[in-house]
Structures are given as structure tokens and as C-alpha cells.
Write a protein that binds this ligand. Structure first.
Ligand code: AGP
Length: 612
């Protein structure tokens, strides 16, 4: 999820590119850079930090430059440093390019280019491989060279390049990542999304997967992978800037809920070997002996990440046989935990900057334990200080209420459980294969849960829910942490006082709060405890509570016992938390919309709690 922008025309390129990158910073903001064409050479300015930090370094003499490309980065491979910032250049600095996405076979290409072809690499990124690969095929026409080079590439990408030898010409391509050409008067632009184009033009051409384009100030040439010309319609943009930044959704939170199929798929990409039926995360850096020797795991986190840890406990214990203790970081730090050898701490943090989680990480390391971090931000404090890092690839999460990052944290915990379970020979191969296939099916199933019919159903329920000042979420086994996360979501953006309880606990006190019509959202996705959950639902019904159940298609005993029901696609019970979280997110969102609250920035809350 990086931001890409290009300009060719007669106006000052640096100022235009910087302004465009600032519009794209919500897509990634850990480093930025420009490559500018000046009198037959390329001038590259790039550094870690914000676009404004980059802007402050630009010399005024660059104001004469009228052609260039720019990039603001969301790191996936390689820490956010000056060297790893885009653009990246060929050996002779004749070609510079920027990239958004992941090159899956970058190591194989790098070995070939550095070995047989003698190319010299300076960064840790997968992107730099593209610059040298295009250079390898370059014979004076950047469009031809890019077509030949990308034929060797596997992955998802948007690439924008320019050559010192082709004045005024930009060349680009895309595969599973957005790229839009803006058509101006005596100038043309390229960007990873329309927010960077809107102040200049509303006339655009949308590049499709596998297509290539070469643009100059007064021409746009679009071809397919074979070089055959393609006619593309002009698309008039009607969105305003704010709508464009949210991809046309009303709020970042809804946009990020809708991005979950892709976020889950990206987090699993390259980490599942379907042929062998195995998880492959050897880059974690944990040895087989270390994994085999583990006799206890602690999962430490805050808020939503903590709820992911509670799901993770059940998953990892059942897949590995390793006892798991889960704690909120602010408690773990002060309860003198009995940390011993052969134990490991897993910290989970979307931002990687949560003060309590960071402090818990430091405590564990002071006690001599290894720490594995699950985080969404490359180069974050947690990532830098942990011994091992598992990155979720959810892309930037802007809304304070965490959704796509949470789902990818769950996926990370499933993958770790399968990986450890396989290494410890604890898990039956057939079970592992069934779970892996189930994981691979999740993006499609999440998309099914996000269907228009589903949303209409949940939105109708929220019109009822929004009128209440308190509500309950209940569930058993894996449904209980899902209930906790659902209650947090509803609390933090609709301000309805939602409580989560283990369904079996209701009769031990909370049942006293069940009054006529009070909303009770019951998670009922676990076959093994379904009958017990149904009897708890009957306890609520008997006292007038209005139960809305989230269950699986095929659980036919539920509908007749509740006031409303939402069906998930049939799923392995162990994987159900990934799907059942989605309707609870949508319930929180639409209840908050009904109540007219600020969605992306709820009162009193911050996206990253960097204070204790
Ligand atoms: C989640 O919706 C909340 N915004 C909050 O609980 C969050 O999960 C918590 O602050 C932890 O943040 P982190 O994952 O960045 O460490």
C-alpha cells in the first residue's frame, strides 16, 4: 500500500510530485523519494521519514525540472531507511523506478542478476531487483525493456519508471495493484490512486492488470504484454478528494473492513506451501530446537490485539500442545510473571508503538526470554526490539477501531500454530491440511460475509440496536473472545455500553441485567458447545432479552430460538473467529452511523496509545 505519482509536462515537477505524495501519505508514510529528469541525467532525492521531511531537503535549482516520479512507502521488505526508500536505480543510475506491491520471486531474480549478470545491489528491498532487471533488458526503449523484464516477475505490483536517455517519457505497468493515468492539457500524470490527480484533472485512463503505458506531455501509449496497442476509454472522475481518499467509502473504517479479504490473502501470501500442505515461515528465524524445546508461551497485547491473543491461546494450544498464557500488557508488566527458560513471549501490536506492549517486550527480554512480535508496521519499535518478527500485511490502518489488522493477527496466530505444531509433530497431517485449505478459502468467505445482502441484514438490526444504551455479547469457547472483541468495537465507536460474557457465566450474575428487549448478540459457531450456548440463549429469552445470533449455515437449531440470526458460510470451527468477527465489526460500524458518531476518530481514543 505505497503511494506512487508521476508527472511529465511543462510545470515544476518537484512541487507537483510532493503535493501528490502528501495526498497519498495515508497509504504509507515511513519514507519518501523523487527521481527527476534533468539535462540527460536522473536526480534522486529520498529519505526515511515523511514527505515533508523529503521536501525540506530539495534544492531550489530543481524547480526547473518538469519530469519526474515520486513514492511514499509502506515498508514490507526492508526497514524504512534512506537506502531502502524508493526510487531505486539501475547500476548506471540511468533508470529509476518506484514500486507498490510484493515481488514474490525477488530473491531468485536477485541471485541471478548479482551472480551471473554482475549487478550490484545496495538495498534490502524487493523493488531494487526490478531496476536491475529492467536494466538487463534495456536497449534504449524503456517500454520494451519493462515488458520483457516483468515477464520474469511473480507477484503483485505497480511499477513506474523513467530513463535518463528518454527525456519526458514515463513508463509503467500494474498487476493486482491500482494505477491511474491523469490526462492534462500539455501534461500527463500517473498515480496509484485518484487523490493525487484530482487537483489537476478529472479525465483519466485506468490501466488494467498486465497492461503497460508510456506517457509523455502530449501522448499516452497503452500496450499489452506482447506490445500490441490497446484502446482505453477516458474515465471522468466524479468523487471529491475526501471521498477519493476513502476509496469512495464514507469512512476509513468501512474501507478497511472491506479490504479484509485482500489483507488476509496478502498476510498468507508466500507463507503456505499448498503442495506440501505446510506453512513456510522459516524467515521467522526460530530454530527447530528452539520450537521443540518450548514448554510455555505468553501472548501479551492490548485492546483488540489482546482479543486476538485470546483466540490465539485456544488455537496454539490445540495445534501445538504448548500451554499459552494471555495477558494485557499493562497487567503483565506489574505482576512479576514467573518467566522461565524454554518459554517465549509473543507480543501483538498493530502499530508496534503501544507503550505498555513495548514495556512488556522489554521486561521479557530483560528476563532472558526470546520475544516474537506480530505487528503491521515494518520498522516499528516493537519490530526493531523483538528477536523475531511476523509481519501482518494488512496495509496502513487509519481508523482508530482496528478491523483488518485484527483479522490478519488471527491469521498470523493460525499460521504460527500450524508451523509450530508441524515442527513438534503434534498435529495430525490430515488436520493440518484441512486447516490450511480452510485458511486459503477464508478471503473468499470473508467476501461472502461482506455481501450487500449481509450488510443490509446487519444494518436493519442496527437500527434497533442503536436505540439502546447497553448491550451484551455472549459466547463459549472460541466464541467468547470473539464476543469480547465485538463488545469492544461497539463500545469504542457507538458508545453503547456493551459487555461480553462467557455464555455459561450469565446465570452467575449478569442475568440480573437482562430486561425486556435488551440486545444480546450471541456467537454460536462452535458445534461442540452449541447445545450449551442454546440453553444460555433460552435463559436470556425467558427474561425478555432480544437475542441476535451469529452462527454457521447448517446450524439449524438456532434460528427458532432467537429474534434474529446472521449466517456465516460453513467453516471449520477452529477458523470461525476470522469470519464471525466481520459481522460484529459491521454491527459496531452501522450502530455508530445510526447514532451519528465520528467513526474514524471516536472520542477520547487514539490510534496508537504511545503513553502508559
Ligand atoms: C482497537 O479497536 C483499539 N483501537 C485498541 O484497543 C487497540 O487495539 C490497542 O490500543 C492496541 O493497539 P496496537 O495493536 O497498535 O498495539
Amino acid at each position: 500500500m505505497c503511494g506512487i505519482v508521476g508527472y511529465t509536462g511543462s510545470r515544476t515537477a518537484p512541487a507537483l510530485l510532493i503535493a501528490g505524495l502528501k495526498k497519498l501519505e495515508y497509504r504509507g508514510y515511513d519514507s519518501a523519494g523523487l527521481a527527476l529528469q534533468r539535462e540527460g541525467t536522473l536526480v534522486v532525492a529520498k529519505k526515511a521519514g515523511s514527505v515533508a521531511d523529503l521536501e525540506a531537503t530539495l534544492n531550489r535549482d530543481l524547480e526547473q525540472v518538469t519530469v519526474g516520479i515520486g513514492h511514499t512507502r509502506w515498508a514490507t521488505h526492508g526497514r524504512p531507511t534512506d537506502i531502502n526508500a524508493h526510487p531505486h536505480c539501475s547500476c548506471g543510475d540511468e533508470i529509476a523506478l518506484v514500486h507498490n506491491g510484493i515481488i514474490e520471486n525477488h530473491q531468485e531474480l536477485k541471485d541471478w542478476l548479482a551472480g551471473e549478470k554482475g549487478h550490484h545491489f545496495i538495498s534490502e528491498t524487493d523493488t531494487e531487483v526490478l531496476a536491475h532487471l529492467i536494466e538487463e533488458f534495456y536497449e534504449g526503449d524503456l517500454l520494451v525493456a519493462m515488458r520483457q523484464a516483468m515477464n520474469k516477475v511473480v507477484g503483485s505490483y505497480t511499477v513506474l519508471a523513467l530513463s535518463a536517455r528518454e527525456p519526458g517519457r514515463l513508463v509503467c505497468t500494474r498487476q493486482s495493484s491500482p494505477l491511474i493515468i491523469g490526462l492534462g492539457e500539455g501534461e500527463n500524470l500517473i498515480a496509484s490512486d485518484i487523490t493525487a490527480l484530482l487537483e489537476h484533472t478529472r479525465k483519466t485512463k485506468i490501466l488494467e492488470d498486465g497492461e503497460f503505458a508510456a506517457i509523455t506531455a502530449d501522448s499516452v501509449e497503452i500496450v499489452n504484454a506482447d506490445g500490441a496497442a490497446i484502446e482505453t476509454d477516458i474515465f471522468e472522475i466524479t468523487w471529491d478528494l475526501e471521498a477519493a481518499e476513502k476509496g469512495g467509502f464514507d469512512h476509513f473504517m468501512l474501507k478497511e473492513i472491506m479490504e479484509q479479504p485482500d489483507a488476509v490473502r496478502e498476510t498468507m501470501r508466500q507463507r503456505i506451501d499448498r503442495e506440501k500442505g505446510k506453512v513456510k515461515i522459516d524467515d521467522l528465524g526460530l530454530s527447530i530446537d528452539e520450537i521443540t524445546a518450548l514448554d510455555k508461551l505468553y501472548i501479551i497485547a492490548c485492546g483488540t490485539a489482546y482479543h486476538a491473543g485470546l483466540v490465539g491461546k485456544i488455537i496454539i494450544e490445540s495445534l501445538t500442545g504448548i500451554p499459552v498464557e494471555v495477558d494485557v500488557a499493562s497487567e503483565f508488566r506489574y505482576r512479576a510473571p514467573l518467566l522461565k527458560q524454554n518459554q517465549m513471549v509473543i507480543v501483538i501490536s498493530q502499530s508496534g508503538e503501544t507503550a505498555d506492549t513495548l514495556a512488556a517486550l522489554r521486561l521479557a527480554r530483560q528476563k532472558g526470554l526470546k520475544v516474537l512480535a506480530i505487528t503491521n508496521v515494518v520498522g516499528s519499535s516493537v519490530a526493531r526490539e523483538a528477536d523475531h518478527v511476523f509481519y501482518t500485511w494488512a496495509g496502513p490502518e487509519i481508523a482508530v477501531a482496528s478491523t483488518k489488522a485484527y483479522l490478519t493477527q488471527l491469521v498470523a496466530l493460525y499460521l504460527l500454530g500450524l508451523y509450530f505444531g508441524e515442527i513438534r509433530s503434534y498435529i495430525d497431517q490430515s488436520v493440518a491440511k484441512e486447516l490450511l485449505e480452510g485458511l486459503i478459502a477464508l478471503p473468499g468467505q470473508i467476501r461472502e460475509v461482506l455481501s450487500e445482502a449481509s450488510i443490509d441484514r446487519l444494518r436493519a438490526y442496527c437500527r434497533h440496536l442503536a436505540g439502546w444504551e447497553s448491550a451484551f455479547f455472549v459466547g463459549r469457547n472460541l466464541d467468547f473472545p470473539v464476543a469480547m472483541e465485538g463488545a469492544l468495537k461497539l463500545k469504542e465507536i457507538s458508545y453503547i455500553h456493551a459487555e461480553a460474557y462467557a455464555a455459561g457465566e450469565l446465570k452467575h450474575g449478569p442475568l440480573a441485567l437482562i430486561v425486556e428487549g435488551i440486545p444480546v448478540i450471541a456467537l454460536a459457531t462452535q458445534k461442540a458447545v452449541l447445545d450449551k450456548t442454546l440453553s444460555n440463549i433460552q435463559e436470556v429469552n425467558a427474561r425478555g432479552g432480544a437475542v441476535f445470533a451469529i452462527t454457521q449455515k447448517g446450524f439449524n437449531d438456532v434460528a427458532g430460538q432467537v429474534d434474529g440470526v446472521f449466517y456465516l458460510p460453513p467453516v471449520n470451527d477452529l477458523l470461525a473467529p476470522v469470519l464471525s468477527a466481520v459481522p460484529t465489526q459491521l454491527i459496531a460500524y452501522y450502530a455508530a452511523v445510526e447514532r451519528g458518531h465520528s467513526i474514524d476518530k471516536p472520542r477520547n481514543l487514539a490510534k496508537s496509545v504511545t503513553v502508559e
